[in-house]
Design a protein around this ligand. Sequence first.
Ligand SMILES: [Zn+2]
Length: 212
Amino acid sequence: MPSSTEVFAVGIEAVNSRIADIQSRMIAMQTQQVTKPTSAATTTSASTATGATFATALADAMGTTQSSAGTAKSYSLNSKGIPTELAQYGNGRIPSNALEKVGNTNHKLWAPAAESLTKMMADAKKDGVTIGITDSYRSYDEQVDVARRKGLYSQGGLAAKPGTSEHGWGMATDLDLNGKALTWMRANGEKYGFDENVPRESWHWAYKPKSA
Ligand SMILES: [Zn+2]
């Protein structure tokens, strides 16, 4: 009878060989894409499809070891400061499952922002400070609605031009802060990557990770 350690090792080997298989197929697909003369639009959709295929295949291969796949995920911002893996969707057009929930709320943000906000709210609570969330990711249609209700910045209002809001990338949150909580945020928000970056909007905090 094999020991449980051996069974585990065999399991990892199987996963590794499955990943190697997927990677070689990926390379083959990418090579096909490069050699195929396609229009820009076709290339974009082809690479999106390839990404999805890879993600699905990887998830299948990893099976129950999904948590280790999660750990391996890395996040980055592109040259425009937009999360690399969300840029393909467009501002305000990010599918719900590409974002992450903030703690046990129904609010969603770009995953690193959601995780940092969750931790910040928990740490504030330890200091006796309650931080509430009034808004987070905002779809394009919701941005149109906010602009209609609050007016555009360019016209003295309080809303970004639809399709340009930091909320549309899951990169900003509007917080419900009493005086004590606002003082706490101004002293501590930066440690968690949150920046009070809009004049006249002490509730609006954008996520600006330092290392990304
Ligand atoms: Zn805001």
